[in-house]
Design a protein around this ligand. Structure first.
Ligand SMILES: Cc1cc2nc3c(=O)[nH]c(=O)nc-3n(C[C@H](O)[C@H](O)[C@H](O)COP(=O)(O)OP(=O)(O)OC[C@H]3O[C@@H](n4cnc5c(N)ncnc54)[C@H](O)[C@@H]3O)c2cc1C
Length: 385
């Protein structure tokens, strides 16, 4: 399904990864630690193994210790991880984007110190933008970095920070000036050298990985730990948003694909009215709807990825992929529960967990409404923000 355009090489990479995920990751995330926090040493062990399959390492150039896998192949591998566990895909996503930020905008000494750990899967990063009062509108960021000689003094509160508890370092967006667009800068805080407090957030789903509040209180950070020019944070991250949105879309696709797999299996095993429920036309219609949406989401994701890889502007296409894949995952997971009947709402079957996970996906990396506003603006030239 949806595999017809894969090259031989991509198929081999995906198949090798699938075997690893089925034997090593599936029992951890969907049985042993299901809905429970996976300790750092367990997550770290998996990240090191995933690095060998091109996860995180793939998005980093060979000259900087990575494998330099093409963008589409990276997305295919990432979809596989999310199909097994969206919890496992979350640290892969964050470490991948932190690695790209280090690669693109960090001063070389900072890049050379922190990038290898991400590539090898031995360290964890967090990317801290959101705050209690700042979500969809990042221009309102309050965390402040005040220049003091060769240092900045940073104070602020961040929330919803993926990898927070695991993190060895934090790439934190802070206000360095009053201009909304040109007053934001990025800083790297090393957890040991520039301590920050971390508090885990309990959520409806994705509790096997870390999402945390971060508290930074008058922490002195050297100027050398600034990524990019002062005031350039927004400009430097806008291009990355297109890429990260496509990856979040692929996370939702993974959830949807798994929900479809579970529904197909159940519908061929369960019998009612004298036959397998897959033999009832209305159940077949649900499966057809789910499968069509899964493939449509993947095509939108791959279109955006190809455009990004070719250096074409893809803001609208990335927004469409994120919007469609995430909203479809919610509907597909709901249909999977429906096909499971009463069993679908019990913890004995995976679909109840997938439904809880799906409902999270339209929120991070720009909500569905923000994606719709981006698409609308691209169509008419008129901003409805
Ligand atoms: C699991 C998870 C992981 C996350 N990981 C990270 C992370 O690693 N780093 C990080 O910095 N952040 C992270 N986030 C935060 C995420 O980016 C924000 O939750 C998201 O941007 C939405 O912000 P908000 O929650 O404050 O909602 P709000 O911005 O308050 O939005 C609330 C509602 O209002 C709607 N809305 C807002 N503005 C408009 C508008 N102009 N027009 C129409 N509707 C609007 C939204 O669509 C939404 O429905 C994560 C969130 C989650 C759930």
């Amino acid at each position: 399904m949806g595999h017809v355009f894969r090259t031989e090489e991509q198929l081999m990479a995906v198949d090798g990864l699938r075997r690893f995920l089925d034997t090593e990751a599936e029992p951890i995330f969907n049985r042993e630690y299901r809905d429970r926090f996976v300790p750092r040493e367990v997550m770290g062990r998996l990240m090191r193994r995933l690095a060998a399959h091109g996860l995180v390492s793939g998005v980093v150039a060979p000259g900087q210790g990575g494998l330099g896998v093409d963008w589409l192949t990276s997305l295919m591998l990432f979809e596989e991880v999310a199909t097994t566990s969206v919890d496992l895909s979350a640290p892969v996503l964050i470490n991948s984007f932190a690695a790209q930020m280090l690669q693109r905008i960090a001063p070389p000494p900072l890049r050379d110190r922190y990038l290898p750990g991400l590539v090898e899967g031995t360290s964890f990063a967090s990317i801290a933008v959101s705050e209690p009062g700042v979500g969809s509108n990042v221009l309102e960021i309050k965390a402040r970095a005040r220049r003091d000689g060769g240092h900045y003094v940073i104070t602020g509160e961040k929330t919803w920070i993926s990898n927070g508890s695991y993190s060895d370092f934090l790439i934190c967006t802070c206000r360095t000036g009053e201009d909304p667009r040109h007053g934001l800068s990025h800083f790297l805080l090393d957890r040991k050298e520039h301590p920050y407090e971390v508090r885990e957030i309990d959520k409806i789903a994705l509790n096997s990985q870390s999402t945390a509040q971060i508290f930074i209180d008058e922490v002195r950070v050297p100027v050398a730990n600034r990524l990019g020019e002062e005031g350039a944070a927004l400009k430097n991250t806008l291009a990355l948003f297109e890429r990260s949105r496509v990856f979040v879309a692929a996370q939702a696709l993974g959830i949807a694909r798994r929900a479809l797999q579970e529904a197909v299996r159940y519908s061929t095993e369960r019998r009612q009215h004298g036959k397998q429920i897959a033999g009832h036309q209305l159940v077949a219609a649900m499966l057809a709807d789910m499968a069509t949406r899964v493939d449509a989401a993947r095509l939108l994701i791959h279109r955006a990825a190809r455009m990004i890889e070719s250096g074409l502007p893809a803001e609208m296409e990335a927004a469409m992929a994120k919007y469609f894949a995430c909203e479809s995952a919610v509907e597909i997971a709901r249909q999977a529960v429906q096909i499971h009947g009463g069993n679908g709402v019990t913890r004995d079957f995976l679909v109840e967990k997938l439904a809880r996970e799906a409902i999270v996906m339209p929120i991070p990396e720009g909500t569905t409404q923000i994606q719709q506003l981006i698409i609308g603006r691209a169509l008419t030239g008129i901003s409805a923000f």
